[in-house]
Design a protein around this ligand. Sequence first.
Ligand code: ZN
Ligand code: ZN
Length: 166
Amino acid sequence: MVLDLKKLFRGDGVEESAACELDFSGVELGGAKPFCAPVKVQARMRSFAGSVDFRAQVAYTLSMPCDRCAEMVVRDYEKSFVHTLVRETQNEEDDRLILVPEERLDLDGLILEDVLLDLPGQFLCREDCKGLCPRCGKNWNEGLCACGAPAADPRLEVLRQLLEKE
Ligand SMILES: [Zn+2]
Ligand SMILES: [Zn+2]
């Protein structure tokens, strides 16, 4: 969806809003397509001193495999993103500034970027997910396997060996 910002840039204090659903179902992430449901966007814009203050409430659902046990997890998110839209800038470094020289905003592109930048570094089914057994592949969240207890933290193991030597 492309938003026409001409009216907003015409004067100070002009307000506009837009509500829409974006389809990101084709977006691939690490081999999966996590956007299983339409992404709901409510955007509010207000012009001020030759720029436009842009605020978006974004509600989306991610369906992704857990990084440790690979179980599919479906989780809802609600986030807000704020940007300043400008027609020109001397400060290319400031990534809050979004350049819209044609006074048109590619809403899909902006929201997709916001959501992708906001993804958690690690996606877990639960905080203390025990993961899979590296030997037999059993999901340790469902109980231990015949291979025995989960291996100790490798960093602690190194420490233990050092202490034993001394
Ligand atoms: Zn997990
Ligand atoms: Zn095992």
